[in-house]
Design a protein around this ligand. Structure first.
Ligand code: NAD
Ligand code: TDX
Length: 335
């Protein structure tokens, strides 16, 4: 396996990155450094109170080649989460997605090449486009790339850069493409936290279109254990798909949130659909399970959602500062 002791986590103040940092602190002895630009999506509070002998936070941009060079010189392993991550924003203003997802990833790859750093690149199932509701095939490592949105096309571009730097320059990298995550510390712009925090505020949840679209939900902790499995045991140059057999349509998810929060299942509104809205994502994670022995442990979606609802109820100070601006953005688009 790969020897890890000092690990740099880009985007570690975001949703999945911060969950990964907490996972590392609880399950490993590694020294952890976060590099995060604290964009609208980053929140330093998500990684506050961690032991200073093992954790440090660097406020900076992954496009800053000088800073990236210095941090790569001090770390043996980099896990790259930093990205512009929200499809709806990418439809409104694609430029930051090109900057961070493409140029940012390029900047890290050049540093990995210089220092021969072990790099794990975090990506998404959205690079594969979408599936019909009745398609018996799910996405696998051999599915052709076919991204739909500015977000997913820039993530696809970043994956292809990683593959090219592996092949052309021998960079020691792996890639994972994961399905939709849920759990604590997720920005209220995203589907599940938006609806939970709407209900907490007495606002009706907002379903895009008819709500038939299917997402393959995985708890952020299961994503973290999968990533650590790949960092420890993954074969260099390989891609691994991460998923936990969690397909649900959006209507069922909204109804589950409402009933879990003690409201009638139909107490939501249908709003303007997302342009180009991908119909269905579904992951076949056989390769990761059989070759590296990974298994998800948060199998019960209902109890995972109940715990997530409790987290948002108990952490209003974490999300309240971003709620009004997020809803104003959606209201401007009839969503
Ligand atoms: P997020 O938007 O919650 O967090 C992104 C973090 O990156 C923020 O802390 C932000 O401040 C930081 N960041 C943005 N631009 C930066 C820059 N130029 N330099 C340094 N830091 C910068 O995103 P997330 O949902 O946690 O997603 C993390 C990663 O996982 C992304 O690469 C995303 O494509 C991927 N992913 C997400 C999901 C999901 O369901 N959310 C699923 C699969 C893959
Ligand atoms: O208010 C809403 N109502 C609604 O019906 C919002 C915000 C979303 N939706 C729908 C759109 C999607 O079908 O819910 C589904 C999930 O939406 P998002 O939370 O925006 O996620 P998605 O577009 O599926 O992308 C997510 O998963 C893959 C992450 O944001 C990406 O970063 C990741 O790559």
């Amino acid at each position: 396996g790969n020897t890890v002791s000092k690990i740099l986590v880009t985007g570690g103040a975001g949703f999945i990155g911060s969950n990964f940092v907490h996972y590392l602190m609880s399950n490993t002895d590694h020294e952890v450094t976060v590099l995060d630009a604290l964009t609208y999506a980053g929140n330093k509070a998500s990684v506050e109170g961690l032991p200073a002998n093992r954790f440090s936070f660097v406020h900076g941009d992954i496009r800053d080649a000088e800073l990236v060079d210095e941090l790569f010189s001090k770390n043996d392993t980099v896990v790259h989460y930093a990205a512009e991550s929200h499809n709806d924003n990418s439809l409104d203003n694609p430029r930051p997605f090109l900057e961070t997802n493409i140029v940012g990833t390029y900047t890290l790859l050049e540093a990995a090449r210089k220092y021969d750093t072990r790099l794990h690149h975090i990506s998404t199932d959205e690079v594969y486009g979408d599936l019909e509701l009745d398609d018996p095939e799910r996405f696998s490592e051999s599915t052709p790339y076919n991204p739909s949105s500015p977000y997913s096309s820039t993530k696809a571009g970043s994956d292809l850069l990683v593959r090219a730097w592996v092949r052309s320059f021998g960079v020691r990298a792996t890639i994972s493409n994961c399905s939709n995550n849920y759990g604590p510390y997720q920005h209220v712009e995203k589907f599940i936290p938006r609806q939970i925090t709407n209900v907490i505020r007495g606002v009706r949840p907002k379903l895009y279109g008819a709500g038939e679209n299917v997402r393959d939900w995985i708890h952020a902790d299961d994503h973290s254990s999968a990533v650590m499995t790949i960092v420890d045991k993954g074969v260099l140059g390989e891609t691994y798909l991460i998923g936990a057999d969690g397909e649900k349509n959006n209507k069922d998810v909204v109804e589950l949130i409402l009933t879990t929060m003690g409201l009638p299942a139909d107490a939501y509104d249908h709003v303007t659909d997302r342009p180009g809205h991908d119909l269905r994502y579904a992951i076949d994670s056989t390769k990761l399970r059989t070759e590296l022995g990974w298994m998800p442990t948060h199998a019960d979606f209902e109890s995972g959602i109940a715990a997530t609802i409790d987290w948002y109820k108990n952490n209003e100070a974490w999300w309240a500062p971003t709620k009004d601006a997020t809803e104003a953005f959606y209201a401007s688009k009839g969503q």
